[in-house]
Write a protein that binds this ligand. Structure first.
Ligand code: NAD
Length: 352
């Protein structure tokens, strides 16, 4: 029932559909800008260069050193290139790592950002920037880092490897699962969350069997946009805390960690948030934890933290870190229960 809520909608211009990559030049001009520095990872440099060619004089160059967790050292280097090239805006072409670099630049000089999103991580629609310095990851929330324009062109995700598509899609779902029970949630963010998970649930199995199916790629990107928008709108709880802890302390890969932990964190909150989780549980056969686990297994997703190289002896430390600072969660944070959640995620056993 819609009774009482506050809802800050993040302003962004979304361009969705096959061929929308061609709109980048017009979008640079629409922002009143003349020279865009194009950002990518080394892996996507070829795509970034192709875009630079397409932009002609509107491109200030390509900086291809984006990397996971947005190290400040890389940002400093990118800022030097930005200034030296006479750039007045950025185009981030890639997933969360590249988008993170664009946000880190904008955080420092307010550069307008156009994002061409090529994974399902959702960072492009959040005002959140995570960055690392001296091995410590910190997160800031600032409207300055919210990209001005987001382009979702399903054609650009056809080459996203199947394994990465699956873990990235589950990462997106995690935003929505935590979104439905968020304390600051509202009826609209819940609608987006359920529809986003529904779209990904339908699209991912098709992508696994037919990775080039453009309709499924489009549906997955649509779901990712909705789930990312939920992340950008409401607060997250235990699941994101656990993944942030595991990624930050043990350097575990982002999307895989989310994919593995999600069924277990959802199960942890299943009873306390039964009502709000119900529409999502229904999408997975009625039981949110076991249902998500079976879904992940059907997609050949990684299921066990031990397979990411985490030692069992580190689980106590991970638990202590994850429960150290109190934060809101539908079910109170109980150390023993969190420890056994992590044990199950480490073993890869099905939630009870
Ligand atoms: P990623 O950006 O690190 O990409 C992984 C690899 O896949 C890279 O080499 C990339 O170049 C390649 N790739 C990306 N798209 C491709 C495509 N379509 N085809 C082929 N290769 C492609 O992975 P990610 O999971 O999108 O991002 C993870 C990072 O994003 C983490 O640092 C995480 O903290 C951050 N993140 C931030 C937020 C936020 O709101 N601030 C939200 C989600 C994730």
């Amino acid at each position: 029932m819609a009774t009482h809520f506050n809802f800050d909608i993040n302003p962004a211009r979304i361009l969705f559909g096959v061929g929308q990559l061609n709109a980048v030049a017009d979008e640079v001009r629409r922002l009143g800008k003349k020279r865009a520095l194009i950002l990518s990872t080394p892996f996507q440099r070829v795509d970034a260069e192709r875009l630079a060619e397409q932009l002609g004089p509107l491109a200030a160059g390509v900086f291809d050193e984006a990397t996971m967790h947005t190290p400040v050292t890389v940002t400093v280097k990118a800022m030097d290139v930005y200034d030296a090239s006479g750039a007045d805006c950025v185009v981030a072409y890639g997933g969360g790592s590249t988008i993170g670099l664009g946000k880190a630049i904008a955080y420092r000089n307010d550069a307008p950002q156009i994002v061409v999103a090529t994974t399902y991580a959702g960072s492009e629609v959040t005002p959140i920037l995570g960055q690392t310095e001296n091995g410590i990851k910190t997160t800031v929330r600032d409207s300055k880092v919210l990209p001005e324009v987001v382009i979702y062109d399903p054609e650009l995700t056809v080459g996203l490897p199947v394994a990465m598509s699956v873990t990235s899609g589950l990462n997106a779902m995690a935003h929505a699962v935590e979104g439905v029970y968020a304390r600051d949630g509202n009826p609209v963010s819940s609608l987006m969350a359920v529809e986003g998970v529904r779209a990904l649930r339908d699209a991912l199995p098709v992508i696994v069997s037919q990775p080039t199916d453009l309709a499924a790629r489009g549906d997955a990107l649509y779901g990712a946009w909705l789930c990312g928008s939920v992340l950008g709108t409401v607060g997250m709880s235990l699941h994101h805390k656990l993944c942030h802890t595991l990624g930050g302390r043990f350097d575990l890969p982002h999307a895989e960690t989310h994919a593995i932990v999600l069924p277990h964190s959802a199960e942890y909150n299943a009873q306390a948030a039964a009502l709000t989780l119900e529409p999502l549980a229904k999408l997975f056969g009625g039981s949110i934890g076991a249902g998500l686990y079976d879904f992940a297994r059907s997609l050949n997703a990684p299921l066990a933290l031990k397979d990411l190289g985490l030692q069992e002896t580190r689980l106590d430390e991970a638990t202590d870190l994850a429960v150290k600072n109190p934060y809101w969660n539908p079910r109170p944070i109980e150390r023993d229960a969190v420890r056994s959640l992590l044990q199950r995620a480490w073993e890869g056993s099905r939630p009870r």
